[in-house]
Design a protein around this ligand. Structure first.
Ligand code: 1YM
Length: 670
């Protein structure tokens, strides 16, 4: 099975990153050549705007990788969703067409087509050519739903090799076309109509993106999120590409309540009903939906104006504070909590699935990735909603109240046990004493940014790795036997586990709430396992652990998977290795050099354990020649789901997943 599939992590070859950087430099040079014609003021503004976007696309859409490519769709869809929020649009369709162009259709009022006094141009043209108030990712203003309508349209236009927009309005169909943001067909009436709406089709510019192939699942996941967050809005996604045809229609009358049921769909919920609370103050509204399940994970997703805020912020703070307070008060009042029982915030959130959605006119996004809501008034609003409504709910549903309190109490006892376990492990293994585990052969270098740790399964592979490595900067940690599946265990089991404790000690950065990236001892953590089913299993177990307990390691891009070769080819003294069957055939042809009589020896590497130290160094560990895959996290929500399905308690969802995905599993080596 492929690890990409198993873990739902997007993996990329390191060399690609370098290619991207080089390409960005080329782009800058191309754009340095100034256009030398006379323009009126508005045209100059347009060209400067386009130039800015094409020069630094990352500032406007985050990156020029596939994530940026998909972002183009979200920008256009956002405009249609704004129209839905304004109360005029009930249906949005997104199509991936043959050739990976995208069409977005809505049934709103249609973008205004009247001539603006200021520019002498149709509003439609201005929306698609004038860069508004800075990008979401750059400095300057931020996009706010209901405020700056249509900010992203000109960005998408500048980054498309062509774009067409049609507006159905006042009985007529208006059309405009552009190439790389420049008008190629001015606004023209092309027909009559009996409805209203906007239809946009664009073709992403291959000069601007590393890859222009759209991923249906990526768009589907995101659009489903939008459908949950906008109760009653109907969103359809359709793939019209040859051989890939499929479609999904999503419409959730229950909104975020249904989102929570969806998050818990492959878990066992502890109470039937999803608890829903909402409230409003001034022009700010917030809603919260939650349901507990029997897992040990907390899964809180927060949104501000439908934008996911993975770093949380005021809405999340307000919720957490109020939840802890309400549960402690309720527990004391009902005597479920005894005098010396105290449940912490963390205890109250164990097994919690929760959606928090705030909508406000002047959203302030803060933090490193602008993914944190900064408006203090939202904290007060969310907190007062939860204080009042959750308390009432628990009063009216005492059986649910008892279940939740008992879950938190068990969590609290486990936390105490974990603390004791940690202390005993600390004493036994020297956790924090600076003493390293026996299974670690450390490197000499002390600067973490220069250090690598190979996590190697099996004693013979570890033995070869220890002898083959460059001990100046490469450390080897031997793992043996099957690792603990952390998806099915609580923190107290993890810290004391004989397989995981050496790993935790070696990395040095702690786990869970005690995690501290500053203390990490290696900036490359390389999982080295065989290219077979067992190897994939070990990789998945380790990634589950990193994802649940040391997630910032993945977010910082410190986790890698070594890519061992599959074949060795030899002609006379010339030796080469191949990483796939295709590559093996190509190299074999190359070595024969058109001469069919030449003998090329092809042998298969069975496993890492069978390579001698020199071979292992040359093929898999030498930074000059090795191939590494960086594990990245495209979508935390989807990753959580996949880990739950693949590694969790429930068997049925796993079976269903395997049946659905079996078609993608190539090269199963049993
Ligand atoms: C498929 C993409 O862009 N729909 C859309 C955009 C607008 C309107 C309606 C709209 C907005 C307003 C009034 C208003 C936009 N209008 C503008 C601007 N779908 C898509 N549907 N009438 C229609 O905000 O007052 C920008 S986007 F600026 F011209 F008003």
């Amino acid at each position: 099975m492929q690890d990409e599939l198993l873990t739902n992590q997007k993996t990329e070859e390191l060399s690609e990153e370098q290619a991207v950087q080089t390409e960005a430099l080329d782009q800058e040079e191309k754009l340095e050549e100034k256009v030398d014609t006379e323009y009126d003021g508005s045209q100059i503004q347009v060209l400067e705007g386009l130039e800015a976007v094409r020069k630094r696309p990352g500032m406007y859409i985050g990156s020029t990788s596939t994530s940026g490519l998909h972002h183009l769709v979200y920008e256009i869809v956002d405009n249609a969703i704004d129209e839905a929020l304004a109360g005029y649009c009930t249906e949005i369709q997104v199509m991936i067409n043959e050739g990976d162009t995208i069409t977005v259709v809505d049934n709103g009022r249609g973008i205004p087509v009247d001539i603006q006094a200021q520019t002498g141009k149709p509003a439609l043209e201005v929306v698609y050519t004038v860069l508004h108030a800075g990008g979401k990712f750059g400095g300057g203003g931020y996009k706010v739903s209901g405020g700056l309508h249509g900010v992203g349209a000109s960005v998408v236009n500048a980054l498309s090799q062509w774009l067409q927009v049609q507006v159905h309005r006042d009985g007529k169909i208006y059309q405009m076309q552009f190439a790389r943001g420049i008008v190629t067909q001015g606004m023209t009436v092309v027909g009559e109509t009996n409805h209203t709406g906007t239809t946009v089709t664009f073709s992403p510019d291959p000069e601007m993106f590393d890859d222009t192939v759209y991923n249906y699942e990526t768009l589907h996941t995101r659009l489903q999120e939008e459908a949950f967050l906008n109760a009653g809005l109907k969103i359809t996604i359709r793939d019209d590409r040859e051989g890939k045809q499929q479609q999904h229609t999503m419409c959730y009358e229950g909104g975020i309540k249904e989102f929570v049921s969806f998050l818990n769909r492959s878990k066992t919920s502890l109470h039937e009903q999803v608890i829903y609370m909402a409230g409003k103050k001034g022009d700010c509204m917030a809603e919260v939906a939650l349901q507990y399940n029997d897992s040990y994970q907390e899964n809180i997703l927060s949104f501000a104006n439908n934008v996911h805020t993975p770093e949380g912020g005021m809405h999340e703070d307000g919720f957490k504070r109020a939840l802890t307070a309400v549960l402690n008060n309720y527990g004391k009042r009902t005597k479920i909590l005894k005098d010396n029982d105290k449940i912490s915030g963390e205890d109250c959130r164990e097994g919690l699935a929760c959606i928090i959605s705030a909508k406000l006119t002047d959203a302030q996004f803060e933090g490193q990735t602008k993914a944190k809501l900064g408006n203090a008034e939202v904290r007060t609003l969310v907190s007062s909603i939860v204080m009042e409504k959750l308390d009432t709910f628990l009063e009216e549903n005492p059986s649910v109240g008892r279940i939740i309190l008992e879950k938190a109490l068990t969590a609290s006892r486990a936390r105490e046990a974990a603390k004791r376990a940690r202390e005993s492990v600390r004493r036994k293994t020297g956790l924090e004493s600076g003493q390293m585990p026996d299974k670690l052969q450390d490197c000499n270098e002390r600067d973490p940014s220069l250090c690598e740790i190979y996590i190697v399964e099996g004693d013979s592979a570890a033995g070869s790795a220890i002898q083959g490595r460059d001990s100046r900067f490469q450390a080897i940690l031997a793992m043996w036997g099957k690792m603990l599946n952390v998806e099915k265990a609580r923190a107290d089991k993890i810290i004391g586990n004989d397989k995981l404790a050496p790993l935790i000690v070696a990395l040095g950065c702690g786990i869970g709430t005690e995690f501290n990236i500053e203390k990490l001892r290696y900036h490359k953590i390389i999982i080295m396992a065989d290219a077979d089913v067992d190897g994939a299993h070990i990789r998945t177990l380790l990634l589950t652990f990193f994802f649940r307990y040391m997630r910032p390691l993945i977010e910082h891009g410190y986790v890698y998977s070594a890519v061992p070769p599959l074949y060795k080819l030899q002609r006379g003294k010339t030796q080469k290795v191949a990483y796939s069957d295709e590559q093996r055939d190509a190299i074999s042809t190359e070595l024969r050099a058109g001469n069919p009589n030449v003998k090329v020896d092809i042998s298969r590497f069975k496993g890492l354990g069978e390579m001698d130290p020199h071979e292992l160094w040359e093929t898999t560990m030498d930074p000059e020649y090795r191939s590494l895959r960086r594990i990245t996290l495209e979508d935390g929500i989807q990753a959580d789901q996949i880990f739950t399905v693949l590694m969790g308690e429930e068997v049925e969802p796993r079976k269903a997943w395997i049946e659905q995905n079996a078609q993608y599993a190539v090269n199963i080596d049993i």
